[in-house]
Design a protein around this ligand. Structure first.
Ligand SMILES: Nc1ncnc2c1ncn2[C@@H]1O[C@H](COP(=O)(O)OP(=O)(O)O)[C@@H](O)[C@H]1O
Ligand SMILES: [Mg+2]
Length: 163
């Protein structure tokens, strides 16, 4: 589904709605240009998962872990030299261990990630603080959660559905 967040608060509401349906072992791919709001969305998903430690951009460390209601791994593969290096991140093991894995620039290592995943694409919107978000729950594990997630996203403050 396509959404327009009118403000940072709208994007944060999207993040909380996503967090509410996440389960251990889920992977979320965040795609969008620099400044699109991937880290902002990741921070709000983390908050929704009960992470209290500040979530910072993992750009220089690539992988950071946080304790929450579900343990969270925040990955930014912007500086990964080559998609072939993705297995070195051992994301499969982290997922098997029951963490949620959020990957900024996830499309770059898409082939190394499970086919079941939530994909979110962020793009600039019609004003400085607006963002268009495309949210795609993919795979069987998302089938029972899809309708609930979409209803929560439609009801999120400062978020509207786009055709
Ligand atoms: N609607 C919005 N959604 C997300 N970020 C927004 C929004 N409006 C303004 N911003 C600002 O845009 C910037 C997004 O930066 P960041 O989340 O680090 O992007 P990325 O991780 O995609 O490079 C932040 O400074 C944030 O406060
Ligand atoms: Mg970022």
């Amino acid at each position: 589904m396509k959404l327009r967040a009118g403000s940072l608060a709208g994007t944060q509401a999207v993040g909380r709605a996503v967090a509410d349906v996440l389960r251990p072992g889920d992977v979320v791919l965040l795609t969008g240009d620099l400044g699109a709001g991937k880290t902002a969305l990741a921070q709000s998903i983390a908050a929704g998962l009960g992470v209290t430690e500040p979530v910072v951009s993992p750009t220089f460390t690539i992988v950071r872990e946080y304790e929450g209601r579900i343990p969270l791994v925040h990955v930014d593969v912007y500086r990964l030299d080559h998609p072939n290096d993705a297995p070195d991140l051992a994301l499969d093991e982290l997922l098997d261990e029951g963490r949620v894995v959020l990957v900024e620039w996830g499309e770059r290592i898409s082939a190394s990630l499970p086919a079941d995943r939530l994909e979110v694409v962020l793009e600039a919107g019609p004003s400085d603080d607006a963002r268009d978000l495309t949210v795609d729950p993919l795979g069987g594990t998302w089938v029972p959660r899809r309708a609930g997630l979409e209803a929560a996203l439609r009801a999120a403050p400062d978020v509207g559905e786009l055709p």
